[in-house]
Structure formats: structure tokens, C-alpha cells
Ligand binder design. Structure first.
Ligand SMILES: [Zn+2]
Length: 404
């Protein structure tokens, strides 16, 4: 491949003196690739806006990279409009996504052009044993790579989702209270040792945000909040097109803001947290006496859709409680798009309408005016697809082929 070289990330080797024409071109190429890698897919107009490069420069570089097979240009959606989008090439490498829920394990294999090549999910008591859960993931990865016809050596990286706060500095699950079977375990390091591959880890809400951003309802958005409402409540925050994790990885723990100082004790040890007034367990506890102990969240949502007044009332109350928390988020971050995911998302308008009403009541009007609330389009695949997106954005640039 004469005339081309492997660029090792945006800061790659510099064979030309800084300031030379060639050095400037290389820097522009790296900047463009970085923007595409980070977003997954961008129109040329978006690339120009995010990189500060002129439209003509973007067009020239995209043509060069497409001719070299490093990027692809194909139809896509941005902000609801059909546009031609630039993605990294499908031949640029393969990534793996692993998503642990409390009761399931889902694994997917994809390429850098965002095609999902193979995917599977199994029910699993993830909390019970970290070792068993890691063994199962390793086996599923091997099986799915086989299905996809990909050698392990072709895998650039693995995205890993865990259902709880994840300390980005220590690599440990943040709180043993929230995930007792994994206390003290460094899941990222454990998978690195088993797979001998780079592993990038994050919590489920952050990965849900990345999943919807790259593959679902958040495509083309730069400022969005993904709110997962399941057994717990957590938010993934995308600001300026990038995931915001905070200093230690705990940004977005909206489930533990205080709604009622005299309320019930939460699993975090505080009292009256939003989560204890709005999660799936709360929903079932309110309906147990009237609808039976066997009622599931899916049953309650289905009954509410059929008009059951008790189920509708409880979902409405949960929507209102969540809306109070979202109003605070609006005042802080002024997001344009809120995507509801998790087990309660199928309730749709039954949850979203009272949520909107609470936001309108408690947020300042200028912070809530632009907010659009939608349910996610990826369902329970949001986290594993987010794990793929994380692995893509973290590892793709290391093998990008760029012109010298
Ligand atoms: Zn709490």
C-alpha cells in the first residue's frame, strides 16, 4: 500500500515538519476521522461544522478516504432527514459488545460501518456470580465470532456494559450495595485477561445513550439524555455529541436525587430517592394487592394499554415522579431530546404524557421549551448496541488507513 500509512490515533507519527502542507493535510484527515469515529456516522455538512474544516476540504478528504476504502458514504438519517452519511469502512475491523443486565447477558458482533453481524441473548442471574457470568460471556463471544466468520485476531476491541455505577478510575463496580455479586471485581480487567483484547467498559445507562445515539432514536442529535427506567433509574448524558461521564463516571445517577426527605429508605441508603418512587419494583408493589403477586411489569403495561385504571394510574404517577427529576435535568443541561428506555418504556404515552406535564410544571420554561421526549427504538438491545458503539469509537482510529 505505497503512499499510505497506518495512523495510530489522532496523534500518530509525524514524518513531516509541523506546518508543512502535508502535515496540515494529515492533521485535517485525523480531525475528520476523529469526528466520524466519535459520532459513528456524519453527513459532510456535520463533519464541517464539528471539525471547523471547510466544506470543500471535507469533500476532498472524504473522496480520498472513500477511494482508499477507509470510509463509506451511504444513505442515512440526521435529525429526521435523509442525508448521505460518512462512516468508517466495514473492512476497517470488527468489534464486540457485551451487555450484562441483572437477569440477562446479551452479546453482539459488529463492524466499523455499524453493521451488526451476529447477536444473541440468554437469561442469566448475573448478580449471583461474577465468574460464571464472565465465563458465559467468553463462550458467547467465541460462538458469535464463529457465526460471523470473524477470527478473534480481527477484533479491534470489546465494549462492556455493567448494570450499575462503574468507577472509571479503579475499574470496579462502584457500589457493592447496588450489585452484590460483583463486589470488588474489575470486570473490564477480567475480560481483558480472558480475551487478550482491549475492553472498554461503562454502565448500562451510558451505553443505552450511545446505542440510541448511534443506532436508534438519537441519530443526528448532539444533546440528548437517555433515561433508563427499569429496576433502577439512571441517565446517560450526551453533550455536544459526546458522552459526559463526570469526574468519576457517576454523572447521570438521577435515580438517587431526593424527592421526599421523609420517604422510604432507598437501596443507596438515602431516603425518598426518585428511584424508590418510580422503578419497576415500586410499580409492582403498588399493584400486588389488587392484581396479584404474579403480575409482571410487561403485564402491568399491557393491562394499562387495555384501559385497566389501576395500572394506568400507577404508570401515570411514575411518569410524574420521573418528570420531576427530568425537570431538574432540563434546568441543568437544557437537552433537546430525552429518550426513555428500560422495562417501562413500552408504556409509551401512558408514561410520557404525565412526564411532560411535570417537566412543564417544574422546569423553567426556557429550559423545557425545546425538549422532545420519545421512547427508544432499540428496546432491550440499546445497551449491547451501545457497547458496540463504545468499542467502535474507542478502537476504530488505531487502524485507520490515511494518506501520507
Ligand atoms: Zn437512592
Amino acid at each position: 500500500m505505497a503512499g499510505w500509512e497506518i495512523l495510530m490515533g489522532a496523534g500518530g507519527s509525524r514524518p513531516h515538519p509541523p506546518g508543512s502542507q502535508s502535515s496540515l493535510h494529515r492533521a485535517n484527515v485525523a480531525r475528520l476521522l476523529g469526528a466520524v469515529r466519535s459520532a459513528g456516522a456524519l453527513s459532510q455538512a456535520e463533519i464541517a461544522r464539528r471539525t471547523g474544516l471547510s466544506a470543500a476540504t471535507v469533500s476532498n478528504i472524504v473522496q480520498e478516504l472513500a477511494a482508499a476504502g477507509s470510509v463509506q458514504v451511504r444513505p442515512g438519517l440526521a435529525g429526521g432527514r435523509r442525508v448521505r452519511q460518512v462512516t468508517l469502512s466495514e473492512t476497517a475491523g470488527t468489534v464486540v459488545g457485551v451487555d450484562y443486565g441483572h437477569s440477562h447477558l446479551r452479546v453482539a458482533v459488529g463492524d466499523l460501518s455499524r453493521r451488526v453481524l451476529a447477536e444473541d441473548a440468554v437469561p442469566l442471574d448475573v448478580d449471583a456470580s461474577a465468574a460464571d457470568s464472565l465465563n458465559r460471556a467468553e463462550q458467547m463471544i467465541e460462538d458469535l465470532l464463529c457465526v460471523a466468520g470473524v477470527q478473534r485476531a480481527q477484533v479491534l476491541g470489546v465494549g462492556l456494559g455493567v448494570p450499575g455505577p462503574f468507577d472509571v478510575d479503579t475499574g470496579q463496580i462502584g457500589s457493592s450495595v447496588l450489585l452484590p455479586g460483583w463486589a470488588g471485581v474489575r470486570p473490564q480487567q477480567a475480560l481483558v485477561e480472558r480475551l487478550c483484547l482491549p475492553v472498554y467498559a461503562d454502565n448500562d445507562a451510558n451505553l443505552g445513550a450511545l446505542g440510541e445515539l448511534a443506532f436508534g432514536a438519537g441519530q443526528g442529535q448532539e444533546d440528548l439524555v437517555y433515561l433508563k427506567v427499569s429496576n433502577g433509574i439512571g441517565a446517560g448524558l450526551v453533550l455536544g455529541g459526546r458522552l459526559y461521564r463526570g469526574a468519576g463516571g457517576s454523572a447521570g445517577e438521577i435515580g438517587h436525587i431526593t424527592l421526599d426527605e421523609a420517604g422510604p429508605v432507598c437501596r443507596c441508603g438515602n431516603r425518598g430517592c426518585l428511584e424508590s418512587h418510580a422503578n419497576a419494583g415500586y410499580l409492582l408493589s403498588l399493584l400486588r394487592d389488587t392484581h396479584g403477586a404474579d403480575l409482571t411489569v410487561a403485564d402491568a403495561v399491557a393491562l394499562a394499554r387495555q384501559g385497566d385504571p389501576g395500572c394506568r394510574r400507577v404508570l401515570s404517577d411514575i411518569g410524574r415522579h420521573v418528570g420531576i427529576g427530568v425537570a431538574s435535568l432540563c434546568n441543568l443541561l437544557n437537552p433537546r431530546c430525552l429518550i426513555i428506555g428500560g422495562d417501562l418504556a413500552p408504556a409509551g404515552d401512558l408514561l410520557v404524557t404525565p412526564l411532560y406535564e411535570a417537566v412543564a410544571r417544574y422546569a423553567i420554561p426556557s429550559a423545557a421549551r425545546q425538549l422532545r421526549v420519545v421512547t427508544g427504538t432499540l428496546g432491550d438491545r440499546a445497551e449491547v448496541l451501545g457497547a458496540l458503539a463504545l468499542a467502535m469509537s474507542e478502537s476504530a482510529g488505531e487502524h485507520a488507513v490515511v494518506p501520507v
